[in-house]
Each structure stands twice: as structure tokens, then as C-alpha cells.
Ligand binder design. Structure first.
Ligand code: FAD
Ligand SMILES: C=Cc1c2[nH]c(c1C)Cc1[nH]c(c(CCC(=O)O)c1C)Cc1[nH]c(c(C)c1CCC(=O)O)Cc1[nH]c(c(C)c1C=C)C2
Length: 476
């Protein structure tokens, strides 16, 4: 008998889920229907190409090659025939090595790299970092879920946490180290602490343990050629666009502009309502955000709905800028990845990506230019700019230009500006997140419902792909 499976959402998680079901399920055994609320696939993955050929990413701009979930993405990239479209950044390049932080006192300075940091005092730090390493080796392990800030202050002290760890939280979760749960945001580090008693010791010893994940030709190439991150020649949207074509070829029904408006369960079946239409399925894979899913469930699942609605998301403002000069950035850090601003600094922006440094081939084709992306808001969006629904895009781009002028002295007018307010775009794994996940998985266990997507176990594209494959493998 044919099993009917609904996938809710056509972002990278939903497309991967549909692809895995359609390519691994035996012929005729599964019927897969994907519901997408909007008129395009990709979700937050969205590329805009100007008429002069410059590529601007509205959401994600590069994918990591290290870690378990990165291998799952590279396997997918190979399986759908995109190997030749990959555009890597090598680890040896300045864009991979030079990541900067900005403080009002120092301006942009390079993040620690290499042994010289151990013995010399370099800004913004007040001492050489050798003392921090020794302290880390001796620090006591913590108990229970704690904030990223508490975990690192205990292990490496407040200064390194403030200038190194907190900016990283802003550059991945758009929020502060004080809000986020270390267990949910950096589970590998908590594991190293509990296994080895020290992160430094753990990182050194763990190198000896081989990752047993099957290595695809692409991840072998990434390893041999020492890639750091990658995108695709025409931008990241190549991935969802290609997945859409491939899932259609494999018989998946894709319902565009058809949001799921209600999800109910009866007698082991799931009923998906979209407007006036209702369809019955044997399983549903939800990849929409926890907040959206909580609104689709009706009265009988009120406790599950409450748990889901307690996983928040923040809004990020993204201002893409192009300048008609190759030397708009100061010489010292022109080739860097970009800079992040710690939460302790007064700044109306989170950080700036120097896109041209990582991917110069995506610059416009008719002469020199520089592409930058200013990221704004996150946890601080409403406090700085007001209600995301009422903020004007040109207000955000004006603030971005003012901060670029104040922070790194760029006063020239850009030749192109693209501004997007991405509402509720980055899930927040606050302290207590893992307890919420336990409660959610208990409540879901009796239902024909699988959950994946950025709300639960990783916000990166790699994690979204990895957990979509894992969730659908369980159904298969
Ligand atoms: C500014 C920004 C920068 C980022 N940078 C990076 C980066 O550099 N590298 C990286 O790895 N990650 C990055 N990320 C994170 C990553 O892009 C996202 O976490 C990931 O794309 C989420 O994918 P998803 O499919 O889980 O969810 P989404 O992209 O949110 O997809 C969900 C889909 O569901 C649809 N939908 C919503 N409601 C319904 C409904 N009722 N019925 C049907 N469909 C519905 C939506 O329209 C959407 O298409 C970034 C994110 C942002 C916002
Ligand atoms: C300033 C805001 C943001 C910038 N990027 C993001 C935000 C909120 C979102 C984001 N960036 C990355 C990821 C995926 C994480 C992963 O595990 O793969 C997400 C959700 C990638 C990333 N960006 C930075 C780091 C250190 C990472 C981790 C992976 C990697 O090493 O490449 C740093 C960084 N992000 C931004 C800037 C300006 C910046 C550093 C200079 C923008």
C-alpha cells in the first residue's frame, strides 16, 4: 500500500526532507506532497543577482565544511549534481583567516590566530592569552544547563568571553552570550568539558578520534584542498532551486502558495488543511518554525502548542551594499571575512561581511567594485529600531551607512543598496531549550508527526540538512 507523507515548508529543510523521502523510498511505496506558503522555495536562502552580475545574498551566504552535518550537505550537493557549481574559500586565504572584531576603542582588530597571541598583549585584550589557556586547563566543570556567557566566563574569564565568544554568538545567532544555552548552541564544547575536563585538552586529544561519517567525493575534495567555507557560483539559492527540480522529477507534488492552515490528528492519521482543502496523510514532516507550527495545531494539542510557541526567533535586518571601487575598505583589512561588534559596545549594527573578499567572482562584471553586507537587529531589533512590522527599509539602510562611516570611515555613496527585514528568521536556543525539546519529543512521540528545521537542533544550513535527513530516515 502507498504511504502518503506531507512535508510542511519548502525551505532547505523541507526540500531536503522531500528529496530524501523521494530518492530513498522504494518506487510506488511513498507519495510525497510538499506544502509551501509562498510563491518561491528556499525560505531564508535567497539570492538576488543584479543586471551587472553582482550576487547579493539576503540570508545565508556560505556553508561550513567542517563537522558531521557539513558532510551530509556535501553528500546532498553531490547527489543532485552540483559539484561543479561549488565555489570554495580555501583555509589559506585571508578571508578565511582574518576575522575581525570592532570595538569603539580599538577600531577593527584581528581575532586571535597563531601562537604569538599566547605571549604578546594585543588589543582588545589586556594580557597575553597564555594565562587564559592555563586557566582553562584548570577550570572546574559546570552542572546543568547554563548560558554561553556563564560557561565561558568560568573557563576562560570575562574578557575573552566578552571579546571573542559573545561576538561569535552575534555572528551566528544574532543574540548575546548571556541569553543563549551553551548545551544547545555549542553541544560539542559541553561534551569536551564533560569528557576531558578541559576544552583545550579535549580539542587536542579529540583530533586523534576519527569521524566515522561516510566521506563523499566532495568532502574528500574539501579536505584535500583545505576549504574553509563554500557557496555556489550563482549564489546559495542554486541549492533549493536544484532540489525543487529534482524532487519534481522524482514525483513529489509541490503545492506552491498553499500554506498549511491547520494540522489535526485522528486514528493514527494526520489531516493537513490548506484553505478550504483537507488531505489525509500517514505521516507529516514539519519543517516550519516552532512558532508557526504551534499556530497550526488546534485545541487537542494545546500543551505541545504551548511548548512550541516558547521557542522564540529574532528579526535580522540585512543591508547589501555595492561600491564602484575595489579599494573602498582600508588596506589593512580589505581581504578579511568581515567584522563583528561585541554586545558590550554601543553600536546599531551586529557586524559586516566583506562579501567581495570571500567570493570576488560574484562581484559585478563591468569593472572594480566592493560588496558588503551589514547585519542589524537580532535580539536588539525592537529596542533599537522599533516594531519590525513598522520599520522602514530605508531607515535601516541609512543607519547602516552611518555606522559604516563612523566605524570604518566609508563615506562614499553606494552604487546599489538592497535592504531586507527578515522577521523571526533566527531561532533562539535560550537556557532551558534542551528541556523544552525533551518535553516536545515526548508529546510528539505518539503522533504521526516528525519535526525538523532550524527551531530545534541547529540553525546552520548544514544542521537543517542533516536533521531533515535524520528525521525522514526514521520514517523510511
Ligand atoms: C541573515 C541570515 C544569515 C544566515 N547566514 C547563514 C550562513 O551564512 N550559513 C548558514 O549555514 N546558515 C545561515 N543562516 C541560517 C539558515 O539560513 C537558516 O537557519 C535556514 O535556511 C533555515 O531553513 P529552514 O528550511 O529550516 O527554514 P526556512 O528557511 O524558514 O523555511 C521554512 C519554509 O516554510 C514556509 N512556510 C511557513 N509557514 C508555512 C505554512 N504554514 N505552510 C507551508 N509552508 C510554510 C516558508 O515560506 C519557508 O519557505 C542565516 C540566516 C539568516 C536569517
Ligand atoms: C552579524 C550577524 C550575522 C552574520 N552571520 C549570521 C549572523 C546572525 C548568521 C550565520 N552565520 C553563520 C551561520 C552558520 C553557523 C554554522 O554553524 O555553520 C549563521 C546562522 C556562519 C558564521 N559566521 C561567522 C562564523 C564564525 C560562522 C560559523 C561558521 C564559520 O566559521 O564560517 C562570523 C560572522 N558572521 C557574520 C559576520 C560579520 C561574521 C564575522 C566577521 C554575519
Amino acid at each position: 500500500m502507498t504511504r502518503r507523507i506531507a512535508v510542511l515548508g519548502g525551505g532547505i529543510s523541507g526540500l531536503t526532507a522531500a528529496w530524501n523521502l523521494a530518492s530513498r523510498g522504494s518506487a510506488g511505496a511513498l507519495e510525497v506532497v510538499l506544502y509551501e506558503a509562498s510563491s518561491r522555495v528556499g525560505g531564508w536562502m535567497k539570492t538576488h543577482t543584479t543586471s551587472q552580475g553582482a550576487v547579493f545574498e539576503c540570508g545565508p551566504r556560505s556553508l561550513r565544511v567542517t563537522g558531521h552535518s557539513a558532510k551530509t550537505t556535501m553528500k546532498l550537493v553531490s547527489a543532485i549534481g552540483l559539484e561543479n557549481e561549488v565555489l570554495p574559500v580555501r583555509s589559506s586565504s585571508k578571508a578565511a583567516q582574518k576575522r575581525l572584531i570592532y570595538t569603539n576603542r580599538t577600531g577593527p582588530v584581528q581575532l586571535p590566530s597563531g601562537p604569538s597571541w599566547l605571549f604578546r598583549t594585543k588589543p582588545p585584550f589586556s594580557k597575553p592569552l597564555l594565562g587564559v589557556v592555563l586557566r582553562e586547563l584548570m577550570a572546574k566543570a559546570g552542572t546543568g544547563d547554563e548560558s554561553v556567557f556563564d560557561f565561558f566566563s568560568r573557563r576562560v574569564g570575562d574578557e575573552v568571553t566578552q571579546y571573542l565568544v559573545d561576538p561569535l554568538c552575534r555572528g551566528v545567532y544574532a543574540s548575546s552570550a548571556k541569553t543563549l544555552s551553551v548545551r544547545s548552541c555549542f553541544p560539542q564544547l559541553v561534551e569536551l568539558e564533560s569528557k576531558y575536563g578541559s576544552l583545550v585538552k579535549g580539542m587536542l586529544l579529540d583530533r586523534l578520534n576519527k569521524d566515522a561519517t561516510e566521506v563523499s567525493a566532495l568532502s574528500q575534495r574539501a579536505k584535500d584542498e583545505r576549504w574553509s567555507v563554500y557557496t555556489f557560483r550563482s549564489g546559495l539559492q542554486t541549492l533549493p532551486d536544484t532540489l525543487l527540480t529534482k524532487i519534481k522529477e522524482r514525483g513529489v507534488t509541490v503545492k506552491m502558495d498553499q500554506p498549511c492552515t491547520e494540522l489535526t490528528f485522528k486514528d493514527g492519521k494526520a489531516m493537513v488543511k490548506s484553505g478550504a482543502e483537507m488531505e489525509v496523510f500517514d505521516n507529516v514532516v514539519s519543517t516550519v518554525s516552532a512558532k508557526v507550527l504551534s499556530q497550526l495545531l488546534c485545541g487537542e494539542q494545546s500543551q505541545l502548542s504551548d511548548d512550541l510557541s516558547s521557542i522564540p526567533c529574532v528579526t535580522v535586518g540585512v543591508v547589501g551594499l555595492e561600491y564602484r571601487a575595489g579599494d573602498i575598505l582600508p588596506q589593512d583589512y580589505r581581504e578579511a571575512f568581515g567584522y563583528l561588534v561585541p554586545s558590550s559596545e554601543s553600536s546599531r549594527i551586529l557586524g559586516v561581511v566583506f562579501d567581495s573578499a570571500s567570493f570576488p567572482s560574484q562581484d559585478r562584471k563591468d569593472g572594480p567594485s566592493t560588496r558588503l553586507t551589514v547585519m542589524m537587529g537580532g535580539e536588539w531589533f525592537d529596542g533599537l529600531f522599533g516594531d519590525p512590522g513598522s520599520v522602514r527599509e530605508d531607515t535601516l539602510s541609512q543607519i547602516a551607512l552611518e555606522e559604516l562611516n563612523r566605524q570604518i570611515g566609508i563615506s562614499a555613496p553606494p552604487s546599489f543598496i538592497s535592504t531586507a527585514i527578515l522577521r523571526d528568521s533566527i531561532a533562539q536556543y535560550a537556557v532551558g531549550h534542551s528541556a523544552k525539546l525533551d518535553s516536545i519529543s515526548q508529546r510528539v512521540s505518539g503522533l504521526p508527526l516528525s519535526l525538523c528545521g532550524a527551531s530545534y537542533r541547529g540553525v546552520s544550513v548544514n544542521d537543517c540538512v542533516h536533521y531533515a535527513v535524520e528525521a525522514t530516515n526514521k520514517i523510511l
